[in-house]
Design a protein around this ligand. Sequence first.
Ligand code: SPD
Length: 344
Amino acid sequence: MEGDAGRDLEVQRSLDGRVNEPSCCLKARASPVDSELEANCHATVVSGWFSDKGGKSMYFNNPMWPGEAHSLEVEKILFKEKSEYQEVVVFESATYGKVLVLDGILQLSEKDECAYQEMIAHLPLCSIESPKKVLVVGGGDGGVLREIARHRSVDLIDICEIDKMVIDVSKKYFPELAVGFEDPRVHLHVADAVEFIRNTPEGKYDAIIVDSSDPVGPAQELVERPFFESIARALRPGGVLCNMAESMWLHTHLIQDMVTACRDIFKGSVHYAWATVPTYPSGVIGFILCSTDGPPVDFKIPVNPIEKVEGALEHWRELRFYNSQMHQAAFALPSFVKREVSCL
Ligand code: SPD
C-alpha cells in the first residue's frame, strides 16, 4: 500500500499509542511484500535507516569497521530472505537508488556501483594486450560481467558465484547489472570458488577478477595464501589478478598481509589501486593487482586503453567512471599508505 493509505496507517498506529514503533515497521506493514519482513526488519533497518554497522550488534558481528556505521535512508524494503549462505536484502534508498545488502553489509547501490565494477574490471583488462579468457570469482550481481563484455577480444567469461539467490535477486531488482549474464560468452558456475579454482587447468585464464564480499565468514578463505596460490596456477604466464582489497583508511594491516602474500606468490608485479565509492565504509575501496611470471605487466600505464577498444565506451551503456586517466590516477597512493604498507 502506498501514498495516502500508508500515511493513514502510520497516523492510526500513532493514535493507538504505538508512537515509538519505528517507521520501518510501519512501512513494512504497509505492503503485502514487506509484511513478511516485519518481524526482522530491525536486523538491517532501524527507524527507516539502513546502517552498515561495525562491531557487535544484535545481528551482526562485523569486525571490519568497528566503531563506525554508514547509513542510508530507506524508502522501502523490497526483498529480504536468508539463502543457504547469507541474508540477502534489497531496499529502495532515498538518494542512491536500489541497494543490495548481504549479511548486513552494503554491496552496491545503483548510484555508485559504476565506480567499483568499472575499476575492478578495466584496471586488469586494460593492463594486458587482447585479454581472451577471464574468470570472475563472486560477482553474482553481474555488474563485473557487464564491464568485461565491453572487451571484444574476450572470448570466454567464466563466473563462479556460490550463492544462486544473489544472481536471482540481481536479475529481478538490478537489471542494469544482471544484463551482464546475457552475454553469450558468459558461463555461469554456481559453486565454491576455492574448489573451482583448485580444479582449473593450469594457465587457463588471462585474467581473474575476485569480486568478493568482505573477508568475514565464508569469504575469509579468499584472502588467504592457498587461494592466491591456486589463482596464480590458473593464470597463464604474464596473466593478471585484480582482487577487491578493502579500504586504505581502515585496513592497512589486511592490505599489508595481502601484498606480502601476493609478492611471495605472484612472481611478476604487485600493485595497489583505489577508487572512491561513497556508499562503502570510509568512501573508498581498493584493489590489489598482480601478474604472474612471464611477459612483464606495467599496471600503471594501460597498454590496452579502453578508449581504443572498439565499441567499449558504449557497450550496453556509457562508461560512467573509468577512463585511462582514472586508471593511472588510481595507483597514486597517499603518504601514510606508502609508509604503512611496505613494498608498494
Ligand atoms: N565492503 C563491501 C565490499 C563489497 C565488494 N563486493 C561488491 C559486489 C559488487 N559487484
